[in-house]
Design a protein. Structure first.
Length: 313
């Protein structure tokens, strides 16, 4: 399905150096902010107190956030748990050494004062050791995804495409993390899930373009590699607009209407989708070109029959 078709190829690769210079600058800034500011980890990684509170009527999450925030908690997470009457509250560790029991008693007293129907169901302390394990496991999951993508692209296409795609994907991931480090947005398990989703989403766009490059290498024998890449990207623009546009509308809906629970998850997806389009077109394709990808890398060489006549690939 296409909204439109461009008859003349757009010379994307002519501007590859300038556009990738912008990417390098953005990447370096992201690394700088990660190194100097670091990520603002949620209590899932740092540890804290988890409370389950039940209400007689549907819970007003914004009111609960305001009540808990008035106690001096800036990184509290409040979300529905199971039903609209049940709420999960996650409190960060207190630097002053306040115990988990004292924290829960203080919060419940404030919640009951705001709404007499509040009832404590469960209190649980999550230690920082568990948080470190979650962070380590998340990093390992990210590593396994990256290795899997490299192996898949190397088998399906060629190692030059695998290298190009993984550099572009890591470009997206680091820039997402750079945004979270610069603005000190909370990095939670939901955001980590969004980063993993962006990896798969971005590599899918690269695969579409690589597939079209291979197709045009087979059809057009006299064109240069930059011309083939330009033609492949131009021919997929309509598909890119349809796919990414519809996905971005859905993600923006979560960002605007999803509330505090989905806010940073949707923010990570929004940044990842935007930079994923950019990296697939201007980073992955350009790196593949600079690595010297050519027709012989993707199309089997011509074989000769027994009678000496060439056999088409």
């Amino acid at each position: 399905m296409e909204f439109f078709r461009i008859s003349r190829d757009i010379p994307f690769m002519r501007h590859a150096k300038v556009l990738n210079a912008i990417s390098v600058v953005t990447f370096v800034l992201a690394v700088f902010f990660l190194a100097t500011r670091g990520l603002h980890l949620s209590i899932e990684f740092t540890g804290g107190t988890v409370m389950e509170v039940s209400y007689a009527q549907s819970a007003d999450l914004e009111k609960i956030r305001g009540t808990v925030g008035a106690l001096g908690y800036t990184d509290v997470l409040v979300q529905n748990f199971g039903t609209s009457h049940d709420v999960m509250i996650r409190l960060p560790l207190r630097e002053a050494g306040q115990s988990s029991a004292a924290q829960s008693e203080q919060v419940m007293a404030a919640l009951k004062a705001a709404d007499a129907g509040a009832e404590l169901r469960r209190v649980e302390f999550v230690g920082p050791q568990v948080g470190r394990e979650l962070f380590t496991d998340g990093a390992m999951a990210l590593l396994f995804v990256i290795v899997g993508i490299i192996i898949y692209l190397a088998i399906r296409f060629e190692w030059k495409f695998a290298v190009a795609a993984i550099i572009a994907n890591m470009h997206d991931v680091v820039i997402i993390l750079g945004f979270f480090a610069f603005f000190q947005w909370e990095f939670s398990l939901a955001v980590l899930a969004a980063v993993l989703a962006v990896l798969g989403y971005s590599v899918n766009e690269s695969v579409i373009i690589f597939d079209r490059i291979r197709e045009y290498f087979r059809k057009i024998r006299k064109a240069s590699t930059p011309e083939i890449i330009d033609k492949a990207i131009t021919s997929t623009i309509s598909r890119t607009i349809i796919t990414h546009g519809s996905t971005q509308i859905m993600v923006l809906s979560m960002l605007i209407f999803g509330g505090a629970t989905l806010h940073y998850f949707a923010m990570a997806l929004t940044i990842g989708i935007l930079f994923g389009i950019y990296s697939s077109v201007f980073v992955a394709a350009a790196i593949a070109m600079w690595l010297g990808v050519k027709r012989e890398d993707l199309v089997k060489p011509v074989k000769k029959k027994d009678d000496g006549q060439p056999e088409l690939p």
